[in-house]
Design a protein around this ligand. Structure first.
Ligand SMILES: Cc1cc2nc3c(=O)[nH]c(=O)nc-3n(C[C@H](O)[C@H](O)[C@H](O)COP(=O)(O)O)c2cc1C
Length: 112
């Protein structure tokens, strides 16, 4: 079984241009790092809020999420849903960066 966690958070970088650049950096670094720990997922950033799905072995996801939730670049980290699934939705994606207009896709994948 695959464990899947969905959360949202508020970005603490005030300047929107800077925030968007940072969000891109976070997603591309995450893409590489997550592959090495067998985590897949997707995220969106709309200029203010992050939304992210992390999938993998439960212990792996929880360990990574502990690091992420303490990241000083965001606050109000709110778990929306945690669930188990038979297979990964984002197979092959360490961290898929989606346009914020695709937020609904994350919601659909999570069955929220
Ligand atoms: C919204 C958000 C999502 C993040 N997602 C990931 C992620 O999926 N994988 C990851 O390794 N780091 C992620 N990070 C970064 C981690 O919080 C942390 O900075 C990073 O893992 C540290 O890596 P480093 O020691 O190589 O700098 C995220 C940060 C934020 C603010």
């Amino acid at each position: 079984m695959i464990f899947r966690l969905f959360y949202t958070s508020r970005c603490l970088i005030v300047d929107e241009h800077e925030a968007r650049a940072e969000a891109e950096l976070i997603a591309s670094r995450a893409g590489i790092k997550n592959q090495s720990v067998n985590i897949t997922g997707a995220m969106t950033f709309d200029g203010n809020d992050f939304a992210q799905i992390l999938e993998g072995k439960k212990a792996d996801v929880q360990q990574l999420f502990k690091i992420i939730r303490n990241d000083p670049r965001h606050t109000q980290v709110t778990v929306i849903k945690q669930t188990h699934a038979l297979k990964r939705h984002y197979e092959g994606w360490g961290m898929r960066a989606l346009n914020s207009s695709n937020y609904d896709e994350l919601v659909r994948v999570m069955g929220v």
